[in-house]
Design a protein around this ligand. Structure first.
Ligand SMILES: [Fe+2]
Ligand SMILES: [Fe+2]
Length: 276
C-alpha cells in the first residue's frame, strides 16, 4: 500500500515502502510517484522486485503512456535495476546524471534508451512536470559521484536518495521521524561509511537550508518531518566525519585474511596458513 506524503486536487506524492520480499537479503527501499495534472514521475524505481506493484500503483493515477519521467538519483542497482521494464512498458524519459548517462543503458536491452535519456549536468536544473516543476539539486558524493536530490515545491518535500536513510523494515519506514536524537543511532553507521566526506555534507546543508523543506524523504527508511527534526539533521551531518575523513593507511594494506567460500566467512591469515 502506498503512503500519501502529500495530496491536493491536482498534485500528489506517494511513497511505497514494502514492494519487495523482506527476507533480509535485499535492503529495504522506498520508491516514489509524483503526480501532477494527470502526468507524473517515478523517482528511484528500484529493482525488479518492486516493478510490478509500483507499475500497478501508478496505473491507478494515470495510464502508463502518460508517465513523463523515470528519475534516478544515481545508478545503483537498488535505484534503477528495473530500467529495462520501465523503458519497455512506458514512453517515459530517463533522467539521470551525465556521469551515468552512458552507463545506465547497460541495464536495458539494446536500443531501449535511444533518444530517451536526459543527462543532467553537475549543476542540476528545473525539470517541468505537468504544470509544475521539480528541482534537481546537486548531491554529488552523497554517496554516488553523480548524484541528485529532488525538491518538489508544491509538497515542499526534499527527496534525499541515500542521504538521511535509516536501516529498517518496510513497516517501520512508514512511521515518520520527528525526534532526531533517538533516530541518529539508526543512521550513523550507514552515513559514516557511505557518505564520502564531511566537506560535502557541509556544502549540501548550506544549500538545503535555502529551501523551505517540510519533509526529508530518503530512499531507505523513514521520512524526517518537521522544522525542528530537519534542522537537527542538518546540524548532525555538518559535524559528522565520514568516508575519506576516516580512512587512512591502515585501510590500504595487502590483505592476509582468507575468504572461505563454503562458510562465506573470513579467516585470519594465520588460520588460513595452518589449514593443510
Ligand atoms: Fe546508492
Ligand atoms: Fe540506496
Amino acid at each position: 500500500m502506498a503512503i500519501e506524503l502529500y495530496r491536493d486536487k491536482t498534485h500528489a506524492c506517494l511513497m511505497f515502502t514494502d514492494l519487495m520480499e523482506e527476507d533480509g537479503q535485499a535492503v529495504q527501499c522506498n520508491q516514489f510517484l509524483i503526480v501532477d495534472h494527470g502526468t507524473g514521475a517515478i523517482i528511484d524505481p528500484g529493482g525488479n522486485l518492486a516493478f510490478n506493484e509500483l507499475f500497478m500503483g501508478m496505473t491507478r493515477h494515470f495510464a502508463p503512456q502518460k508517465l513523463s519521467y523515470v528519475i534516478a538519483s544515481h545508478a545503483d542497482p537498488d535505484i534503477i535495476a528495473s530500467l529495462d521494464r520501465w523503458m519497455s512498458s512506458t514512453k517515459a524519459s530517463l533522467v539521470i546524471s551525465r556521469v551515468w548517462e552512458r552507463f545506465a543503458p547497460h541495464f536495458t536491452k539494446v536500443g531501449k534508451t535511444e533518444d530517451r535519456v536526459i543527462g543532467v549536468p553537475d549543476s542540476g536544473g528545473r525539470l517541468p512536470l505537468g504544470r509544475t516543476e521539480l528541482l534537481l539539486l546537486p548531491a554529488h558524493f552523497m554517496h554516488s559521484e553523480g548524484n541528485f536530490h529532488f525538491y518538489d515545491p508544491i509538497s515542499r518535500i526534499l527527496f534525499t536518495g541515500d542521504l538521511a536513510v535509516s536501516m529498517t523494515t518496510g513497516a517501520e519506514a512508514r512511521k515518520p521521524v520527528v525526534h532526531m536524537p533517538s533516530h541518529i543511532p539508526r543512521m550513523e553507521a550507514f552515513h559514516r561509511r557511505y557518505m564520502v566526506s564531511n566537506k560535502i555534507l557541509r556544502l549540501w546543508a548550506q544549500m538545503a537550508r535555502q529551501l523551505d523543506v517540510q519533509m526529508l524523504v530518503p530512499q531507505h527508511g523513514a521520512p524526517i518531518i518537521g522544522k525542528r527534526a530537519i534542522e537537527d539533521f542538518y546540524c548532525w551531518i555538518e559535524n559528522l566525519e565520514c568516508g575519506i575523513d576516516l580512512f587512512g593507511a591502515q585501510h590500504y594494506q595487502i590483505p592476509s585474511a582468507q575468504i572461505d567460500p563454503v562458510t562465506r566467512q573470513m579467516r585470519t591469515g594465520q588460520q588460513a596458513v595452518a589449514t593443510p
